[in-house]
Write a new protein. Structure first.
Lengths: 355, 294
């Protein structure tokens, strides 16, 4: 059931929202093409839910404008926008059956009953809940309620589906299943999906494009591959899973490759952007940081903990400089063992301090 | 041999343990203050002065001066309760979104704490023939002096029941309205429901069970009106409510059995309405008014 609504893109133009003197979201500018899946990613309080509510029309914007092609929509009430929304707590109508919940939007649009019945049945089939159609939401499991919420949002054939952390109330296994389900539904619909999450893994696996927000401001917009490999700043890197941050001084440079002096040893990494000063921070993912021989560049550290992960070991160590480091190892190392931890140069990202 | 658990553990498994004893004071109070007086009153009502079994009830239903009190009281209690419940709903919807809810709630609780007698005294002054309210209406030229009266008649009691009853129904309604997850309304809005449709399809069905309870409690309260019917009404005529009849039987004719019978009839009328309203609740969804987990 591909979306019947014809449109090309959604455009956010400097969208912002203040609460009194507090700015929850500022200057969000983004153009999303039809068929795109965009994730708004950030820690709690970063403004991602505010952005979603502004797009949905549940919260008036204080700055900027929102456009669906040439039609300005931020001045319309939520009920006039016709976007499908999936709420974090699902917000299913507890007194209506699954079928009535899913059919509610069509009923509000006065769609003739025969057509509405057909579309409701399709939406319920899309989320594979045919056998539960006559039940009340209270009789369903969390995962099933989640599916009903999705079916209800897509039954109205919206140009835009908005999802507010829809998987956060589910257990880990169900979350993985639903993730694939959401991606499949998005592909079948061919509409725009905007997905809010604080889980980088979820955003990376689902989205075509990710908008990283922090303190109400956009920090980076890019494809999952971009964000994963080339975070624009230190805090984005940290958010994308670069858990090891090592402070050092620039000791030498060859093109983009920077040598860092860290407490008597050296480390090599790739400069991210302009590095003007002397003080830099190198970030490395735990999976890229491994024990290396004493002749290789690296950091001296003492093993503090080690845990078995199946195909390898995951350890934490204290660097000579005092930083806590997380690394991967092929064998079980002894507590207190001294070692040198290093990574491939291309896997070490170097940022100017304070970026 | 199978070892048996100690008696205390076996009792605990059936829900009887030390904590159960804490129910005892309340249970005793209930017996002493409610069940015994009720039982005694019921027994007394079947001991009329003429020695028959149903004499009091026959007397009540054969004397228009007595049985008309049922209708008189209903004519006050029903409209007042309906008005209170139906005005409480929109006010509660507005107040739900207010920041200074506490201030308003405090102001509204005042009439409840003051009691009906003080409110009645105030109303006698304010709504009386020389009170501000009537004089203001007259000075605006809307009425000539003596054309309207708001005390010592039906409207005096009516107003006092609204004033003392509204805060009660409002506070109850507010708690029911606040109990509905705001995300449900947002969800309905994103699905295209305008405000009126959101009220009709989402709020109203979820509120109905609560409104039914509110109606019952407010109705029972209004039906047993006494002080304001005497102080603000015309206790000999238009506001001769059923509790006045009971009072007169008990303390003017010293006929306690008849007074008990009237009290039993009063209780029965209230019960009929309460049962009817609660039974109609079955037509509606009863359950948590939240939209899912979380």
């Amino acid at each position: 059931m591909a979306s019947n609504v014809s449109f090309r893109s959604l455009r956010l133009d400097g969208v912002g929202r203040d609460f009194g003197t507090m700015t929850a979201l500022s200057n969000l500018t983004l153009e999303i093409a039809r068929g795109e899946f965009v994730a708004l990613l950030g820690p709690s309080g970063c403004g991602k839910s505010t952005a979603l509510n502004c797009i949905a029309g549940l919260l008036p914007t204080t700055h900027g404008s929102i456009w669906l092609d040439d039609r300005r929509i931020d001045t319309l009430a939520a009920e006039q926008r016709g976007f499908g929304m999936v709420f974090q707590n699902y917000a299913l109508f507890p007194h209506m059956t699954v079928r009535s919940n899913v059919g509610f939007g069509l009923k509000m649009r006065n769609v003739p009953k025969s057509e509405a019945d057909l579309r409701v049945a399709q939406a319920i089939a899309t989320v594979r809940l045919e056998s539960q159609a006559e039940k009340l939401p209270g009789q369903l499991s969390g995962g099933q309620q989640q599916r009903v919420a999705i079916a209800r949002a897509i039954a109205i054939d919206p140009p835009l589906v908005l999802m507010d952390e829809p998987l956060s109330n589910l257990d880990a296994k169900l979350r993985l299943e639903m993730r694939q389900e959401i991606r499949r539904i998005h592909q079948n619909l061919g509409c725009i999906t905007i997905y809010v999450t604080h889980d980088q893994e979820e955003a990376l696996s689902l989205a075509d494009r990710i908008v990283v927000l922090r303190d109400g401001a956009v920090r980076q917009i890019g494809t999952p591959e971009d964000l994963y490999a080339r975070p624009a700043s230190l805090d984005v890197a940290e958010f994308m899973g670069y858990r090891n941050a090592i402070h050092g001084k620039v000791a030498g440079r060859r093109d983009k490759v920077v040598s860092l002096a860290v407490n008597g040893t050296t480390l090599e990494g790739v400069a991210q952007g302009e590095i003007a000063g002397d003080a830099v921070v190198a970030v490395i993912r735990p999976d890229d940081l491994i024990p290396v021989s004493q002749t290789m560049p690296g950091i001296e550290a003492v093993v503090e903990a080690i845990e078995f992960r199946g195909h390898d070991f995951f350890g934490s160590a204290r660097a000579v400089g005092g930083e806590e480091l997380f690394f991967r190892a092929k064998s079980r190392l002894a507590m207190g063992e001294k070692l040198r931890l290093g990574a491939e140069t291309s896997r070490v990202l170097v940022y100017p301090k304070g970026a | 041999m199978e070892t048996r658990l100690p008696l205390s553990l076996r009792l605990a498994a059936r829900g009887l343990d030390g904590v159960t004893l804490l129910v005892l004071p309340a249970a005793l109070m209930l017996v002493a203050l409610f069940i015994y007086p009720f039982g005694y009153g019921l027994w007394l009502s079947f001991q009329p002065k003429d020695g028959s079994l149903l004499g009091n009830y026959l007397k009540f239903f054969s004397d228009a001066f007595l049985y008309n009190t049922i209708g008189t009281t209903l004519a006050l209690a029903l409209p007042v309760t309906l008005i209170n419940v139906f005005t409480a709903v929109p006010v509660a919807f507005r107040v739900r979104k207010m920041k200074n809810q506490r201030v308003l709630t405090t102001i509204l609780v005042v009439p409840i704490t003051l009691g009906t007698v003080l409110v009645a005294e105030g109303m006698l002054n304010y709504f009386g023939p020389q009170g501000w309210f009537i004089r203001a209406l007259v000075s605006f030229g809307w009425f000539s002096p003596g054309e309207i009266r708001l005390v010592h008649n039906y409207w005096g009691v009516f107003l006092s029941l609204v004033i003392t009853g509204f805060p009660f129904t409002f506070l109850l309604t507010l708690s029911y309205v606040s109990g509905i997850d705001p995300a449900l309304e947002q969800a309905a809005a994103t699905l295209g429901a305008r405000a009126a449709a959101r009220f009709r399809h989402i709020f109203l069905p979820l509120l109905m069970p609560g409104l039914a309870i509110t109606f019952c409690l407010a109705f029972v309260q209004a039906y047993s009106v006494f002080p304001s019917a005497v102080l603000l009404g015309a206790p000999a005529g238009p506001t001769r409510v059923i509790s006045i009849a009971a009072y007169q039987a008990a303390f003017e004719q010293y006929d306690y059995p008849l007074a008990s019978a009237i009290a039993m009839i009063m209780g029965a009328v209230q019960l009929v309405f309460v049962i009817a309203v609660l039974a109609s609740r079955r037509l509606f969804y009863r359950g948590p008014a939240a939209g899912g987990k979380g």
